[in-house]
Design a protein around this ligand. Sequence first.
Ligand code: PMP
Length: 467
Amino acid sequence: MTTTRRPDAAAHDALVALDRAHLVHPVAPWRLHEERGPAVLSSGRGVWLTDDRGHELLDAFAGLWCVNVGYGQESVVQAAAQQMRRLPYATGYFHFSSEPAIRLAAKLVEITPASLTRAYLTLGGSDSVDAAVRFIVQYYNNTGRPQKKHFISLQRGYHGSSSTGAGLTALPVFHRGFDLPLPTQHYIESPYAYRHAQGNDPQALIASSVAALRAKVAELGADRVAAFFCEPIQGSGGVIVPPKGWLKAMADAARELDILFVVDEVITGFGRTGPMFACDAEGVEPDLMTLAKGLTAGYVPLGATMLSEKVYAGIADGAPAGTAIGHGATYSAHPVGAAVALEVLRLYEEGGILAHGEQVAPRFAQGLEALRAHPLVGDARHRGLLGALELVSDKASKRGFDASLGLADRIFNIGYRNGLVFRSFGDHILGFAPALTITEPELDQVFLRLRKTLDEVLEARDVRAAL
Ligand code: PMP
């Protein structure tokens, strides 16, 4: 632990008390949080964070897999400040527009797969997914197939936490108490190689996923299925990396089955897996694509729902002439968000950040691969600067750990003490997604601190006893 400034203990305690009393946290156990209190982050530079007690942390998760350009990019701050001075707000409603929103839409159409010709600018990933669902419903209603109302997504998928998106999400905590999934939401198997019967054979795993999609569509009736949603790499479900060719095979199957193919690139977009979009690696041309996170690198909230001309025209031409398509929010197409996104996209391309990310990715892969030999690690998986370790108590049987050990929580806390932040999924998967600007020496630091953390966990008597 390095202390960079003298913490003001009284100010810290006061802030913590206010948080416990008033701030409702997203995706948190509310009462437990009140007991524990928050970790208050106060500043960031590059891949480094400082909390309000002066504790310095190496951020191996880019915030929430979003700060792809690192903290403290002055040109992004300037882009926001300039736009705020000139025009802090302009609605996109009706026929109003703003220059940054127009330029961003054109830029997104230029860089996303060729099938996507229209951009709807949203408030973030959940809003992008919600818009996609609403557009799809409108598309089928407007093109004379109103019975196509069923949606298929993947087990362990994550598509945000809006009222409908959380039902496409297939993680129990997002359903519990929320009356989800809806009767129109269905799941097929995840391409989870490590725990799939066909996991050792990429082609068999792909064939199994395609067969599962076909079977689900047959079960529901092709004339009743609207779309298949997937992440190219499942993020919040545990960084599940399907074999190369999986995404293309699913896209081809969806086309053949006459259902829309929606790729959720909220995490995988903007260089996270290497190319600008994961779709690019396999030449996939989806009907819709959802974006957020890396689009503004987390500096302000903004996302996008990209539409193919077929979907856009189906909606536009099927609506009664002159009638509004009733979807939108006050902050849709926000000019400050759009100005920030344009500068972030410039940094990825002209600023060389995408190329840098690709250059250091092998070091990231080596670091994860080297940890396969650690007694706690059953699997290491990665693509680009997105990766995970899966912890097991027995490598041969792949048995996990009893939830009563609270392993993930303990690892996170020890990691934090060792000056490292990452993310845990369930009780036994650790996820990593550093900024694309991370250097090789900084990556070496990540893995040094991670190994130390895993070794400390291994020293605990109850963990040893579970092995
Ligand atoms: N889709 C995916 C694949 C995501 O990972 C996320 C966020 N983790 C979302 C949608 C929702 O995005 P947001 O949190 O910005 O609403």
